[in-house]
Design a protein around this ligand. Sequence first.
Ligand SMILES: Cc1cc2nc3c(=O)[nH]c(=O)nc-3n(C[C@H](O)[C@H](O)[C@H](O)COP(=O)(O)OP(=O)(O)OC[C@H]3O[C@@H](n4cnc5c(N)ncnc54)[C@H](O)[C@@H]3O)c2cc1C
Length: 385
Amino acid sequence: MMKYDFAILGAGIAGLTLLDTAFRRGLWLDKKILLVDRSFDKNPNKRISFWSTEENPLPHFEYLAWNKLAIFSNQGQQIDLVTDEYRYFSFDASAYRANLLAKMANQSNVTMLEGEVENLEQKAGQCTISVNSSLFHAEYVFQTIFEKPLLKAYNQYFLQHFVGWKISTKQGSWDADKAIIMDYRTPQENGTTFIYCLPVSEEEIFVEYTIFSKNLLSKEAYREKLTSYLSDVWNLDDYKIIEEEYGVIPMTDFAFDRRIGNIISLGSAGGDTRGSTGYTFTNTVRTIDLLLSAYQKGNLKGLSFPSRRKEQFYDAILLYVLDSGNYEGHALFTDLFRKAKTTRIFRFLDSKSDFVNDLHIMLSLRTSPFLKGMFRLLKKKWFAL
Ligand SMILES: Cc1cc2nc3c(=O)[nH]c(=O)nc-3n(C[C@H](O)[C@H](O)[C@H](O)COP(=O)(O)OP(=O)(O)OC[C@H]3O[C@@H](n4cnc5c(N)ncnc54)[C@H](O)[C@@H]3O)c2cc1C
């Protein structure tokens, strides 16, 4: 049976960023590390975006950045967001993954194992992992394999699902320095629906048809909607699709286990995906930083992660409101961005919000659907006890 110091389950964005950050900090270079994924070759197109106040938030990888942000309401009103110290960033996550996998393949202390993780147990401070029916031991396991959890009766489980295209065209009429993070100028019949537009240049743009709902559509349906949007809103009929991305991100108030003994979960599996938005990357980077800083101080054993109760509670209410249909998602998010300062919203979503900031967010929204959502949630929780 093979023994390792650390096992990383899942060589996706969280697992690879953890390893890469550790090595860049000069950590774990003398550790025996097992990196497992079901496939190192399959690498579907994925673009990851996030906001940040940092000048260079991804120093070792190429990214795009926008200084200006906007949203469009369902009625067609443009709302330019005042972002102050924040900028919006986006990178090609499949290229990022390929790059880090190539790096790990050259790292003599990392064993890359392609296979299906079937089971994970721990006894007396030792973790045992079963991969394709073979057993491996590790002192610590960093677990990034997401599985839909066994929900409690009161949990909400929405999906953020989308098809995105990178297109090139000579007909472009957008501002290349302005990202449109939510364009609601599209029918809302399948749930909260918006198009996300990230200009790459004067002639290239990334557009994504996104829905928050409980049911997926056929891939063809997203493509048809994108085609209509491009034609109706941007008057585009002559363009080339360079890339297609498809994704489903869970949006839930389920409280994922962050740590059970020597098994630490991160990425979507560790609850880094924000239930109200699906944004994950910044939270993952923050989790990695906490973890490695504790390791550097010799305190990995004692590391406990900050409570996420407040954020989970707020996200739960928002998901209950969306579920009730009392406050349509397009109206809710438009009100939020129209009435609250964007910096306050970003702080809130980054879990850096204090009471005053929370209050500003609450006052920007219609109160009664949120009160109803809160009572429904509390009632369900109460009866689940
Ligand atoms: C298309 C797409 C776009 C996204 N865009 C954004 C964005 O713009 N901003 C943002 O913040 N977040 C975004 N997200 C959410 C999130 O940031 C990404 O999903 C991110 O990849 C999560 O990292 P992760 O390591 O947790 O999961 P993953 O990157 O999915 O990695 C998990 C790995 O585990 C492997 N695996 C799974 N099951 C097994 C098993 N049983 N055995 C072995 N290996 C297994 C998979 O092959 C995968 O490589 C997006 C998600 C998707 C799908």
